[in-house]
Design a protein around this ligand. Structure first.
Ligand SMILES: [Cu+2]
Length: 317
């Protein structure tokens, strides 16, 4: 209407220039002030990495951040800068621009290549991480429940005994099946001990709701799902003592946390994790009392023909 009545000139007032300048101010202060500052601040909260695959996933994170960051900075800068540069000017006439095949091709092909590299890079890393665990892995069972973790080691047999949820009671928290002779030497621990430099396979399950087995320093996270056992294997690279030296923090400890909001006590699902040299770990491992030897009333559940073996394996005879 204004154009028809030739009144359009009234749009060109000072607020047009002020708004254009604010666009420029926002993009400059937003980039340098907020985004750069938040990254520098975020850097202080980076956790040191203590597993082999963690180094690779950290690299992947920073490569992705860098590539996306460059695209983000260029595109956002142009978006705001063009609002400033091409603000209303009564002497400028708009240019009728139909299409540009070359430009369309460029901004289709380059992002496609970039995304392909990122997706396949990530996919390859993930398939390496979730590959079949080595034969000599230390197998440890981690059970999530409201609100805490239970950890079971396979004992000297190095085989975890079978379990059955129907056998769970206030004492038999794992639902240990004592008709399986591999379960006689299984032992529980209040601390998750891990050997340095050896593959560790966590067998993860949950007794009630969804939990998530999260070892932040090892860049390990896997859901604990009721009725669906999951697993994760990794190689710890630094003992607790080595990490304390590196961080110059004598009170540092690794932890196992829950990364799935699982109820009102979710925050308290913290378990102490200790990484020891392989020899120290072995010594600790051999000195543990089996679950059965601490709960001898459960010998009743052992079949008669296995009772003698159970007594020998638990050191009761
Ligand atoms: Cu939880």
């Amino acid at each position: 209407m204004d154009i028809i009545t030739d009144n359009y000139k009234r749009f060109s007032n000072s607020s047009n220039n002020i708004n254009a300048a604010l666009f420029l101010l926002f993009v400059i202060s937003g980039f340098t002030g907020l985004i750069v500052y938040s990254y520098l601040e975020f850097d202080k909260y980076q956790l040191s990495v203590a597993s082999e695959h963690g180094i690779i996933t950290d690299q992947l994170f920073w490569i992705t951040t860098l590539i996306c960051g460059i695209v983000f900075f260029i595109s956002q800068f142009l978006l705001f800068y063009c609002c400033y540069k091409y603000r209303y000017d009564e002497n400028r006439r708009s240019f009728f621009y139909v299409e540009d095949h070359k430009l369309e091709l460029l901004w289709t092909i380059f992002p496609a290549i970039g995304l392909t590299v990122l997706v396949f890079g990530g996919w390859r890393v993930w398939s390496d991480i979730t590959d079949t665990p080595p034969e000599n892995s230390e197998v440890i069972e981690v059970v999530g429940q409201q609100f805490g973790w239970k950890v079971r080691y396979p004992g000297n047999s190095k085989r975890l005994g079978k379990h059955d949820y129907r056998l769970i009671d206030p004492v038999n928290e794992f639902g240990l099946d004592l008709t399986d002779n591999s379960s006689f030497d299984d032992f529980a621990s209040n601390v998750l001990y891990l050997p340095k430099g050896r593959p560790v396979l966590l067998k993860i399950r949950s007794k009630d709701v969804l939990h998530s087995c999260y070892l932040p320093h090892f860049r390990t996270k896997m859901d604990a799902v009721p009725g669906m056992p999951t697993r994760f294997w990794f190689i710890p690279k630094k003992t607790t003592v080595e990490m304390r030296d590196e961080l110059q923090d004598p009170n540092f400890n690794y932890e196992l946390a829950c990364a799935e909001v699982c109820g009102k006590g979710h925050f308290s699902m913290r378990m102490l994790v200790k990484v020891e040299k392989s020899s120290v770990y072995e010594k600790w491992f051999r000195n543990q009392d089996s679950w059965l030897s601490k709960n001898i009333e459960y010998l009743d559940q052992v079949p008669d023909n296995l009772k003698e073996l159970a007594l020998i394996k638990t050191g009761l005879e």
